[in-house]
Design a protein around this ligand. Structure first.
Ligand SMILES: [Zn+2]
Length: 398
């Protein structure tokens, strides 16, 4: 284990040299934290509004599609009626033509054979016959007019049918477009929905931070966190990284070298969730030189910066660099990745900002910090990590 920690330090040194500076909370004021929260809430609200707008647009499109469908159906009925009229008119035309044909046949006969016509029409006098012939002519003319009118009507119906068919096609096209729009609205809702939980989580984490700092005495927008307010109150500055567990190895010299963290075990093994030990921000998610899954979290208490390193995780929680975390944030799960014998959490707390403070890479300061804690009469991890002292012993008794 002690050798591993030397390697861990070497790995960290490499990160210190090559990883860009992560700026966070440097003199952050309570007002900036409130602004952060307000901005996250605004983003969440904008996301929710965008979802609502898309849903409204989908409703509108569906209503339009329904009315187009109704109109198409009405047009279909109208086209059927027009067709029926055309059929009826054609039948009528046939009848009229037939009637006219017979009349004309009579008329033609009448001009050739008066006697026959007298017989045929039953006229008693020539005057009577002429009268009867003119009636025949008038009926034929009337029929011709009637046929012409019916043909006009048929033409009008045919024109109207074409118009209806064109409009139906236009409406069908419009329905396709509206349906396509609904599909793209739905997929954009899906995207927005997938952003939602992340945004909500951020708002909740920021709210929790604001509440925490408020409870710690921050009230003024110009309060500088850790200086004007939320100064550390004794040992309760960090909380436990696990709900249940025990210390298997403390900070201290072991077999001639320094073990720079504490090792913690738990009966729940690999399923043990590892929580942030306080309110802070994730500054690094990385693998060390031996492949150990590690997370670095920066904290600020009493105006002092601290960086905690959680090593050997089996897997990460749902986390990202720059994420603000609370004691309820699961950073990952206990494991034995990297240079480790058995499932455990190796937890280091450094009195500095990783990648920012030059003293973070200053070995002698780190060692002297540990020694200073020893000199003050504290026992290793108890003082450096400063878990709540009252329940410490019970919780960490194996
Ligand atoms: Zn260790």
């Amino acid at each position: 284990m002690q050798k591993f920690c030397q390697y861990l330090f070497l790995a960290l040194s490499v990160f210190i040299i090559f990883t860009p500076v992560v700026a966070y909370a440097d003199g952050q004021t309570f007002g900036e934290m409130l602004d952060d929260l307000a901005q996250a809430e605004a983003e969440l609200e904008a996301n929710n509004n965008a979802i609502q707008n898309n849903e409204n647009q989908i409703d509108e499109n569906n209503a339009t599609i329904q009315s187009l469908r109704n109109e198409i159906s009405a047009m279909g009925k109208e086209a059927e009626e027009l067709q029926q009229e055309i059929v009826d008119a054609n039948a009528e035309i046939e009848a009229k033509k037939e009637q006219t044909k017979s009349l004309i046949e009579y008329l033609q006969l009448s001009q050739g054979e008066n006697v026959y016509l007298e017989y045929a029409f039953g006229a008693e006098t020539v005057t009577d016959l002429i009268y009867r012939l003119s009636v025949v002519e008038q009926i034929a003319e009337y029929n011709d007019n009637m046929v012409a009118e019916l043909e006009t009507m048929i033409q009008e119906n045919e024109d109207r049918k074409v118009e209806l068919a064109n409009r139906q096609e236009e409406y069908e096209q419009k329905m396709v477009e509206l349906n396509n729009e609904i599909s793209s609205l739905n997929s954009s809702i899906q995207k927005l929905d997938s952003l939602g939980p992340g945004l909500e989580e951020q708002v909740e984490a920021k709210k929790s931070l604001v509440e925490y700092y408020r409870s710690q005495g921050c009230s003024n927008r110009s309060d500088v966190i850790g200086v004007d307010c939320a100064a550390s109150t004794g040992n309760a500055m960090f909380s436990r990284p696990m709900r249940t567990g025990y210390v298997t190895s403390f900070i201290g010299y072991r077999w001639g070298s320094l073990h720079r963290g504490i090792d913690l075990g738990s009966s729940t093994g690999r399923n043990t969730p590892l929580y942030s030990i306080g309110y802070g921000v994730i500054t690094d998610i990385y693998k060390d030189a031996y492949g150990a899954l590690c997370v670095a979290v920066q904290y600020k208490y009493g105006g002092e910066y601290y960086t905690a390193i959680y090593a050997h995780m089996s897997r990460y929680g749902n986390i990202y660099e720059g994420q603000e975390v609370t004691p309820n944030t699961i950073l990952g799960y206990m494991g034995d990745t990297g240079y480790a014998f058995g499932v455990h959490l190796h937890l280091e707390v450094w009195p500095c900002r990783l990648y920012v403070d030059s003293e973070c890479s200053n070995w002698s300061r780190y060692v002297s910090f540990v020694e200073r804690q020893y000199g003050n009469g504290f026992r290793g991890a108890e003082s450096v990590i400063a878990f709540p002292s009252t329940t410490y012993t019970t919780w960490y008794t194996k």
